[in-house]
Design a protein around this ligand. Sequence first.
Ligand code: SAM
Length: 288
Amino acid sequence: MSNLSDIGTIRDIMQRHGFSFSKGLGQNFLINPTVCPRMAELGGANERSGILEIGPGIGVLTAELAKRARHVAAIELDDRLLPVLAETLADFSNVHVIHGDVMKLNLATIIAEEFADCDEIAVCANLPYYITSPVIMNLLESRLPVKSVTVMVQKEAADRICAPVGSRKSGALTVAVHYYAVPETLFKVSRGSFMPPPNVDSAVIRMTVRETLLFDVGDEKVFFSMVKAGFSQRRKTLSNSLTSGGFLTRTQAAEALSGADIAPNTRIEALNMEGLACLSRNISGLLK
Ligand code: SAM
């Protein structure tokens, strides 16, 4: 099998298949040969594991996953890449390419069908950046039976996701990810590692999914509404951000904050997970 991170090989494949990059689909293909083996190793690909990949492109990461994992299922939206993948992955009998939109497919069903004989399941992907947040949230919120989610994202997104909750860099996505998982940055990847090069650097992050949820937030729906209301006006004090969008009345906000022992002029970005969970429990009690 040819080297799929080699620029000459990629050009040859593109020419023979009449393929051109689609910016709209976030098509930046990896040309740095060290990245995919590292991602596959750190992303949980081993003889017992099933790996779900999103956006295989021409299969550069898929091949490294297939060398190590028991089974790989790769979801690709661009039908022009299907004949390419049939060629580049022809040597592997343990890969199934699924044509479809990751945002529309039922991932729980795919996982149940694809990985019945695997002992553990992980997600490993170089994500299309235009859907980074919804894909990550969809994977975590659905409580899929996956051990970890290892993805390449924009460096800025990696910094935000991995920031400690309760720091100025944190946001609604930070809180949501920390609720479901333990995120960490594994390594950085420069923009020159891609063809064509994107305008930003990237990083590979791993989110190890919590087997049991650590934080008692009361009503989960209330928790996520609170986080959304707080961070959509993050510079405002909690007594203002929780009320101005109509989420709570002034009286409810005052009662919930004092019940959680939080000063009304606190900003949401100053609260750690315990503080957010405590406030959410109080609000859940009031809105019951
Ligand atoms: N894995 C390859 C690599 O590392 O070189 C390609 C990664 S590229 C950043 C993102 C890939 O996701 C492209 O192949 C693109 O066609 C695919 N893609 C874009 N939107 C998608 C979607 N909604 N569902 C599934 N795949 C998608």
